[in-house]
Design a protein around this ligand. Structure first.
Ligand code: FUB
Length: 440
């Protein structure tokens, strides 16, 4: 993903993908989106396809947050296979979901071939711990225990559904880490069901969205009058298309709008069309009809993802907050924070819809570290070749782990603009690492 011709292609594709914001995350391969709304923020938990994956190579679960649907902050891995002492596999961290109940956060994690475990935290950012020391469910006679989804009905009864190719469910107890009764296998799957159920209740209707029959997988959905079915398929939220191969839904209502998240291979396709399991998460606004049915959407790239509200730059902004950062990578600081790295000459980081206000800004400050290279950061508005409103010089700090603040004057930045941090230096690669920035 790092070569210069690929970077150029990435720049060209940026204009094609910016409106759809397809995919949402470019610094890692992400899959199996599980969005959760908490405290006015979207917590987007995802699985993680490793950069060198050919088949599924999945070791941990990632977290991203956003308050505007287009600028996403990377919080790194919040749990991994190592979170479970009983897991002996070194692969198989498949599609999880996090569910909040009474101020605790429950992460339901399938370990492919080893059942479904549950982790608990007091915070949506983790740390997530295993309270059971064993799987919550494990039907050892097959490998169908994947893709758990959880919701709580109005009467307080919690349900967990999962499975490929069959759908199973249990009634979870109030503690959310045990269940009563038997594992139930649905007598009849929703038509076109393959895997990845996402079950919720909205305006009195029960919904089960799912990845529809492989391959390619679209996003289908079924409705029911009861949490235990029968589930009747009502159509596609997104029809299967040759443009992708797998899919996996996650659905939320947020700030008066509804969104469906899914997955595709569009990030990998910037680099290669040779098939590897290197997927990425996308999202689109979706709409319900008055009778509760859902309007079909075109493919992610043919939708427009609108920013919900302008971005406030007058605060500490973590550098790993971006709408687009193809070619960049993120790493973990000694204090557990996240930083931006692999910053090469000619790359850019886009933050969409930054509101500089009527009076505008006078100064930009960035916290950066670099052993010996250094370089410039040009701040451009509205395009990677737009007007330069400031240029900050990053000088060597003696170590790629030692961060120093550098500032520059800004002129001509008022109102709302897309902000491009354009990275330049004499070296080709690894100019500096970035921790955070702010305007004043
Ligand atoms: O990501 C691994 C598996 O692929 C998931 O569990 C399925 O839903 C499919 O997306």
């Amino acid at each position: 993903m790092q070569t210069k011709n690929v970077l150029l292609m990435g720049m060209l594709l940026l204009s094609a993908t910016a409106a759809a914001q397809d995919p949402l995350i470019q610094t890692k391969y992400t899959a199996d989106p599980a969005p959760m709304v908490y405290n006015d923020t979207i917590f987007l938990y995802t699985t993680h396809d490793e950069d060198d994956a050919d088949n599924f190579k999945m070791l941990d679960w990632l977290l991203y947050t956003s308050t505007d649907m287009v600028n996403w902050t990377d919080h790194g891995a919040v749990a991994s296979l190592k979170s479970f002492d009983w897991v002996k596999r070194d692969n198989g961290a498949w599609a999880e979901q996090v569910f909040e109940r009474n101020g605790k956060f429950y992460m339901y994690c399938p370990i492919h071939g080893n059942g479904i475990g549950v982790l608990v935290s007091d915070s949506p950012y983790g740390p997530f711990k295993d309270p059971l020391g064993k799987p919550l469910v494990w039907q050892r006679e097959h490998w169908e225990d994947i893709d758990p989804t959880v919701f709580v009905d109005d009467d307080g009864q919690a349900y967990m559904y999962w499975g490929n190719p069959n759908v199973y469910y249990v009634k979870l107890n109030d503690d959310m880490i045990s269940y009563s009764g038997e594992v139930v296998k649905l007598a009849k799957n929703p038509e076109h069901y393959q895997e990845g159920p996402w079950t919720y209740k909205r305006n009195g209707h029960y919904y089960m969205a799912f990845a529809s029959t492989c391959c390619p997988e679209g996003i289908g959905y079924a409705m029911s009058d009861s949490p235990t079915g029968p589930w009747i398929t009502r159509g596609y939220i997104m029809r299967p298309t040759a443009k992708t191969r797998g899919n996996h839904p996650g659905i939320i209502d947020y700030k008066g709008k509804s969104y469906v998240f899914g997955l595709n291979y569009d990030l990998m396709h910037i680099d290669t069309y040779k098939h590897h399991e290197r997927r990425s998460v996308s999202a689109a606004e979706m709409h319900y009809n008055a009778d509760g049915t859902i309007q079909e959407l075109p493919y992610f790239k043919e939708t427009t993802l609108k920013q919900i509200e302008p971005f406030n730059p007058y605060r500490r902004v973590e550098a790993e907050t971006m709408a687009w950062g193809y070619g960049l990578k993120t790493g973990v600081l000694a204090n557990g924070g996240i930083y931006v790295t692999h910053v090469d000459n000619g790359e850019t980081l886009l933050v969409r819809g930054v509101d500089f206000g009527k009076k505008g800004t006078k100064q930009f400050t960035v916290s950066a570290a670099t052993a010996k290279q250094g370089g410039l950061i040009l701040l451009r508005l509205d395009s990677p070749t737009g007007p330069v409103v400031g240029t900050v010089k990053v000088t060597p700090t003696g170590s790629a782990d030692v961060y120093q603040l550098s500032s520059c004057d800004i002129s001509g930045a008022t109102g709302v603009h897309d902000l491009y941090l354009c990275f330049m230096g004499e070296a080709v690669q690894d100019l500096y690492n970035l921790d955070y920035w702010s305007f004043k």
